[in-house]
Design a protein around this ligand. Sequence first.
Ligand code: SF4
Ligand code: ZN
Length: 336
Amino acid sequence: MTATPTLRVLSLGAGVQSTTLALLSAEGRLPRLDAAVFADTGWEPAAVYQHLNRLEREVLQPAGIPLHRVSAGSIQRDVLDPNKQRSLPAHTRDPQTGEDGMLNRRCTQTYKLTPILRQVRLLLGATTHNPAPCRYCDGAGTRIAPWRAKLDDHTPGPCSVCNGTGAITRAGQPQRNAWAEQWIGFSTDEIGRVSIRADTRYSRSRHPLLELNMSRTQCEAYLKSRDWGDTEKSACIGCPFHGNAHWRQMRDTDPAAWAEAVQFDHDYRTGPGLRHERYLHISRLPLDQAPIDRVQRREHRQDDIFDALFEVDLERAEQGDPDGCSPWACRSGSAA
Ligand code: SF4
Ligand SMILES: [Zn+2]
């Protein structure tokens, strides 16, 4: 690997920290980025897409930083599709034993890390091969999904590997010495999330906010000073990592997103062969019945009834999972 990167690429989630990095680079306070990559799960709130459009129009384009929007499909649709084995890191409860759990977070890898790294390889000069017939469905585009067959369900459906096209187009590897410096927006309060496990032969992580000793609060102040103070946290509408503060804000300011999340929570509860039930809210109650307001008033509580009822950590319920969703962070000891 040469000392100087071939490209500097921003992993742009469109939240507070990565927006700060985009502005700092555009202002010349950090080196000039060669590209920004946004991995679109197809399920961000409308405000995030509006923010991204504005950022591209007012900051990235004038600075000559191309924005690449990449996608591995619609997460919302895919996890409900019995022909795809996709899932969210949902809170679970076994209705027979009452045992609680949580599904692994695999969506970040599928919907963010993999498409970002594919785009980085292409930016570094890798070429896409000619489409090859999909070997999972023998080029037919349809198959009986193996997990359905295990349940004696032999209904054929679109192949999940080639998305029903019957062919797969792969991106190759970049040239041997070409590599990208991958900018990741972890701030000083997130230092525990830094990991180099996502580094590859052609992509090496850099954390400019740590170099500048900037916390999330400082990023917010900086954005405010540049008229970007309304930057919101970016995440899928129905992400089970949301805390009550986030759910309340969605319910009170974006009724369409809230209705979508409530419906999805209902539709995602169970599936063929599943023993446990899946919930978006940590209380393991349907989202529209979950106690998202009670926690807000906990300072005024006179008793511990909430604890007794739901047995959850109140702070975590309020703020959400501190690890959250980043394609570049480890979570619960495993690489994202
Ligand atoms: S925001 Fe949540 S649901 Fe969406 S990709 Fe990240 S972890 Fe998965
Ligand atoms: Zn296929």
